[in-house]
Design a protein around this ligand. Structure first.
Ligand SMILES: [Zn+2]
Length: 243
């Protein structure tokens, strides 16, 4: 039952907030296409900031005793590379089929949002500090997830109706991922490695997807300023919370 879990209702609220941010991003993308570069730039900075300044130190703290600093950082690198390989493979699979590419893109983002929810759920298993760090990482880029789901779906199908359907699926995915995390129980050392893996995922998402996307659409100084502000904001948050 939700009520029996120590963070049960909080997790439901986080899942709903993640879904709401995704929906907001998607609707903004449907309304004001091409004018959300500052939001994308900022969320790129925030996601990279969380991966480097919040998740990686947490993963080192949790996992150093069992696998050492190099073991933890190897897992961060493995997460980065795993995300890269899966992402590129999907791109190659859908090549040439523009209609499929729309579904593949939006579908892989929905799978990604499921992982976002799973990360939050597993994070809270490690403790509230890790749980909140992962919540920040997810909420900071959910708007961008919604924007990207709509844009990818529209490039493929050209149908706002199809795009809205994918947006709904993507918005529901984090809550489902949080629910699924209840079925997985990792030992403390394993949790450190799971957080390291997610740090690698978020590093890739921030540096390889959000950052170039925000900049190639609007190569302006303000986009860059927004990214720097995103990283600085996370540094301040981590500092204030005693990290
Ligand atoms: Zn996401």
């Amino acid at each position: 039952m939700v009520g029996e879990h120590p963070y049960g209702w909080l997790l439901v609220a986080v899942g709903l907030a993640a879904g709401a941010a995704t929906l907001l991003g998607g609707f903004l993308a449907l309304r004001l296409a091409g004018r959300i570069h500052l939001v994308l730039g900022f969320s790129a900075g925030a996601v990279i900031g969380v991966a480097l300044l919040d998740l990686t130190p947490e993963a080192l703290e949790l996992g150093r005793a069992s696998v050492g600093a190099l073991g933890v950082m190897t897992t961060v690198a493995a997460g980065f590379l795993a995300y890269l390989v899966v992402d590129r493979s999907l791109l190659i699979l859908s090549r040439g089929e523009i209609q499929h590419r729309g579904h593949f893109g939006a579908g892989s983002l929905t799978a990604h949002s499921f992982l976002d929810g799973l990360a939050i759920g597993l994070g809270f298993q490690a403790g509230p500090a890790v749980g909140f760090a992962l919540t920040v990482a997810v909420l900071a880029h959910d708007l961008a997830d919604g924007v990207n789901t709509v844009n990818l779906s529209l490039t493929g199908s050209k149908s706002p109706k199809v795009a809205r359907r994918w947006l709904m699926a993507d918005a529901a995915a984090p809550l489902i991922g949080i629910g699924a995390s209840r079925l997985i129980h990792l030992p403390p050392g394993g949790l450190g490695l799971a957080v390291a893996l997610f740090a690698g995922f978020f590093l890739y998402i921030g540096a390889s997807e959000l950052l170039p996307e925000s900049h190639h659409r609007h190569p302006r100084a303000w986009t860059t300023v927004a990214t720097v502000l995103g990283v600085v904001m996370i540094w301040v948050v981590v500092r204030l919370s005693g990290g």
